[in-house]
Design a protein around this ligand. Structure first.
Ligand code: ATP
Ligand code: MG
Length: 365
């Protein structure tokens, strides 16, 4: 049974009930004033009716059919009126249902845009519109990501193809050099694929949370990357207190490594510095990674966490990254319910602050 029919029946039912009660009240009222029988004075009538006149039953004979007629009218009125009213009340629902159907069939650009006052239907429609908007933005982002990823993955394959074509047509090819270049291109493809895998695996449900000390991760990342830093003439300065966050040690180590790696490779060509700090601020574990480097504009900095964004330095930097490092960092922080802040330093370079929630008191060691 549709809601419209149910509402109509309820309207009509209530109207009937109220009508019946009214009739009963009238009847009781009449009874209080009308005697059961009346003595007759007229001699002729006395003969016919045996001296008394049954007033009440006569009244009932008159009242009952009229009451029935009124109730019948109320029934028809209630059904018709209820049908119309219910239709008007439920009209917004039809619009919402239509929009839902369109969204189900893949059209996310449609909006309900329900006019009128801020009633419950309007709230529902507005919430639905907001959801559609988010969904549309999310789908667009995913599509952009897939397109970028495919493009990035095609690059090493196309490079390989070009290297092979050139080698085939060149009778004096240097096999060793070819192998070496193919190896570099291949490594890059592997790096990219691995980064994409990390990105897609960093899922909220996919890991168990445990207390992780960021200062230990900082030391581990700095130690691992020390050879790279030395090769580039960058000094790493680590210090800080124990900062316990709640999360996956593997993912948080990946995050720390990515940040320190960036701080080393996107630094000054020589005599660069990296400062890594840990601490606790207002109950959260905080990790900051700061590095010297060329001056960055706030506008550029705000785009760096987007996948495949590589800043400006690709031309004069031999580190050809895939541009997913910060996207991975952001994703890891997101699944840990933390926050990431990027600020350009006044003297050049970048300051990155990560804030992660501390473990709940009962799970802390
Ligand atoms: N610490 C930093 N200092 C200055 N610039 C940075 C820093 N970290 C990132 N950037 C800029 O942000 C861009 C994006 O960084 P991201 O880590 O996402 O990619 P990438 O380092 O180029 O490649 P990879 O995916 O291999 O890490 C970098 O190309 C660089 O221009
Ligand atoms: Mg990087």
């Amino acid at each position: 049974m549709s809601v419209r029919v149910k509402l109509t029946l309820s309207y009509a039912g209530f109207l009937m009930l109220a009508g019946a009660l009214l009739m009963a009240a009238v009847w009781v009222f009449l009874l209080a004033y009308v005697p059961e029988q009346a003595m007759l004075n007229n001699a002729e009538d006395k003969d016919k009716l045996g001296g008394v006149f049954p007033v009440r039953s006569a009244l009932l004979d008159v009242f009952a059919p009229r009451a029935a007629a009124v109730l019948a009218f109320l029934l028809v009125f209630g059904l018709v009126g209820g049908w119309i009213l219910a239709g008007r009340m439920l009209a917004p629902l039809t619009r919402i249902t239509d929009a839902t159907r369109m969204a189900t069939s893949g059209s996310l650009s449609h909006r309900i845009q329900l006019p009128g006052r801020g009633d419950e239907f309007r709230e529902l429609a507005d919430a639905f519109d907001t959801m559609l908007e988010r969904l549309e933005a999310h789908v667009a982002e995913q599509q952009r990501f897939a397109a970028n990823a495919s493009h990035e993955l095609r690059t090493p394959l196309a490079t390989t193809q070009a290297l092979l074509d050139v080698a085939r047509s060149d009778p004096h090819r240097d096999i060793d050099e070819l192998v070496e270049r193919l190896r570099i291109v291949n490594t890059r493809a592997i790096d990219l694929t691995e980064a994409l895998l990390v990105l897609s695996r960093a899922d909220k449900q996919a890991f168990t949370r445990e207390p992780v000390d960021l200062s230990l991760l900082m030391e581990e990342a700095a130690e691992t990357l020390l050879p790279l830093a030395e090769k580039r003439g960058v000094t790493i300065d680590t210090s800080g207190d124990i900062a316990t966050a709640s999360g996956s040690p593997a993912l948080l180590l990946q995050m720390t490594t990515n940040l320190v790696h960036n701080a080393i490779v996107h630094n000054l060509p020589e005599l660069g510095s990296v400062w890594v700090r840990t601490g606790v601020r207002s109950g959260s574990a905080v990790l900051t990674v700061e590095n010297s480097g060329e001056k960055l504009s706030p506008l550029l900095v705000s785009t760096l966490t987007e996948p495949f964004q590589r800043g400006t330095e690709r031309i004069h930097n031999d580190h050809a990254g895939v541009g997913l490092g910060l996207a991975i960092v952001q994703r890891i922080i997101h699944v840990h319910d933390g926050s990431l802040t990027l600020t350009p330093r006044a003297d050049g370079g970048l300051r990155i602050a990560v804030q992660l929630p501390a473990p709940a008191p009962h799970s802390a060691k």
